[in-house]
Design a protein around this ligand. Structure first.
Ligand SMILES: NC(=O)c1ccc[n+]([C@@H]2O[C@H](COP(=O)([O-])OP(=O)(O)OC[C@H]3O[C@@H](n4cnc5c(N)ncnc54)[C@H](O)[C@@H]3O)[C@@H](O)[C@H]2O)c1
Length: 325
């Protein structure tokens, strides 16, 4: 499969005009695609324009008005009519496996095998969604993260049966709408939720155990690991700030004291330590680094100081609308 999102193939169908479908249809329209929006609920289709206007407003740039965006979205209450002529159909119905399986079986018979069938599912494996699908090689997860018109990363979820060319196609497609595809093999939680929920579950336990207040946890993360993660992501950060043998020692101690395998150092981490791949300080960790460690540290500290200054000046916690800040 070598299809590219060429502009002569300009039409995308979005199935489901609910919370996410409204945003996704509007993003596609903002980037010049003709969108057909379908929903089994007539009221959802009728109210699309009113619900989409604030989203379109935030996507307005010089030369592109809200009306220009919304007029690119046509609503269709018949599924066969809605998918006719589209190069991609994006399924955004609610998170109900039966509903999605039935839809995919219908779409598989309505759409030629060259049409990409995408799903915004937050949790279901493609393998499960495709139980009634004959042409599984055109099915891919394109999973947006709320607020999808602002957040750049989009998960591209693939199964064992997904051709690499379709993954590449999805990455190219996402660049045309100014988003960034991150690729992940199907598994519960995919990528972002697996990271996010692991962190939240741990924090919820800390609150339950009375270890710290919500405000202290948020302040600690916001002014320490938060900016580091935003700048560099978790693994590059680890290379920059933690010697691998220290990470290993801390994890091993936590595993011993908590008895939880979730804290156990992995075989890969142990191998990095055994091979002397400590991170930037040794020239290699998860990444390869230049020999100029002093220069790396200077640049690291400058980037972090700038980010922390921005976070402190912005005082997002106060601005977000808390009553008791
Ligand atoms: N809400 C979020 O923040 C979020 C974030 C990421 C992903 N998602 C995923 O996006 C998908 C949609 O979630 P949502 O919050 O927009 O749900 P929603 O309930 O707001 O909207 C779903 C829409 O699909 C329509 N629908 C249901 N069955 C249909 C069918 N057979 N044919 C046509 N339309 C049908 C419903 O009428 C409804 O308007 C889910 O898979 C969800 O897990 C949601």
């Amino acid at each position: 499969m070598t299809r590219q999102p060429e502009r002569e193939q300009n039409q995308i169908t979005v199935i489901g005009a609910g919370f996410m479908g409204t945003v996704i249809a509007t993003i596609y329209a903002r980037h010049g695609y003709d969108v057909v929006l379908h929903d089994s609920n007539a009221q959802a289709l009728a109210s699309y324009g009113a619900r989409a206007a604030p989203i379109a407003e935030s996507l307005v740039t010089a030369g592109v008005a809200v009306a220009n965006i919304l007029e690119r979205v046509r609503t269709a209450d018949d599924l066969a009519d809605a998918v006719a002529g589209s190069f991609m159909v994006h399924e955004v119905a609610q998170e109900d496996l039966g509903v999605k399986q039935a839809l995919f079986a219908q779409l598989d018979s309505l759409c030629g095998p060259e049409v990409v069938l995408a799903t915004n599912t937050s949790s279901f494996l493609l393998t499960s969604l495709c139980e009634g699908v004959n042409h599984r090689g055109r099915v891919v997860g394109i999973h947006y993260i709320t607020p999808a018109h602002i957040i750049k990363a989009v998960e591209i979820i693939h199964a064992d049966f997904t051709p690499p060319a379709l993954i590449e196609w999805a990455q190219n497609f996402l660049t045309t709408i100014d988003h960034v595809g991150v690729v992940c093999r199907e598994s519960p939680g995919f990528l972002v939720n697996r990271v996010q929920m692991a962190m939240l579950a741990e924090i919820h336990r800390m609150v339950d155990e009375g270890l710290a207040t919500a405000a202290d946890i948020d302040a600690a993360v916001r002014l320490s690991i938060g900016p580091r993660l935003a700048l560099w992501g978790p693994l590059l950060t680890e290379d920059l700030v933690v010697h691998k043998k220290t990470a290993l020692a801390v994890m091993a101690y936590m595993e011993e004291k908590t008895g939880s395998e979730a804290n156990a150092p992995t075989a890969t981490l142990k191998n990095l330590v055994a091979d002397g791949k400590a991170g930037a300080i040794s020239g290699e960790g998860w990444y390869q680094w230049s020999d100029d460690y002093d220069g790396i540290v200077r640049e690291r500290d400058q980037q972090l100081a700038d980010a922390l200054e921005w976070f402190e000046q912005r005082d997002g916690m106060a601005a977000i609308g808390l009553r008791n800040h």
